[in-house]
Design a protein around this ligand. Structure first.
Ligand SMILES: [Cu+2]
Length: 151
């Protein structure tokens, strides 16, 4: 949601300064520049592929394990977590020097840590049966998002 707002704000000044009567080449160039700027700006929540992707590792008991860290920069250490349907464990830790974070998958009630302080960790285990993209969020920092991708 904030992405849309950010993009609108970024686009508006450029549109204002764009001369109406310039050659179409200039307009095309401006469009190209805007496209590049927008793609670089990205958006963690809407474009998971722009951030680090983490594949689950298989535990001895068949559980799929992710080690995810909440960072001082208000981000998860991975923006896309890829696993197969089944039992999943997230070992969530918060980096030293970071504000507290949690790891919450709103569509999966069991996938919900409590608030974890810097230097501490908490694991949650849950089962997902339906493939799809499940949004992940830190409820303390609504822009701190990731996607759990069940394949
Ligand atoms: Cu957070």
């Amino acid at each position: 949601m904030t992405c849309t707002a950010d993009r609108d704000q970024a686009a508006r000044p450029a549109e204002k300064s764009s001369p109406h009567r310039r050659a179409s080449r200039a307009a095309a160039l401006l469009g190209l520049v805007l496209a590049v700027l927008l793609s670089v700006a990205g958006c963690g929540g809407d474009s998971p592929s722009t951030g680090p992707t983490l594949s689950a590792t298989r535990g001895a008991d068949g559980v799929q394990v992710f080690a995810v860290t909440g960072l001082p920069s208000m981000k998860f250490s991975a923006t896309q977590l890829v696993a197969k349907a089944g039992k999943i464990r997230v070992d969530f830790s918060v980096a030293q020097g970071s504000p507290p974070h949690n790891f919450v998958v709103p569509r999966i009630p069991a996938a919900h840590t409590s608030i974890v302080s810097a230097g501490e960790s908490q694991s949650v285990t849950f089962t997902v049966t339906q493939p799809g993209d499940y949004p992940v969020v830190c409820t303390l920092h609504p822009n701190m998002t990731a996607t759990l991708k069940i394949i």
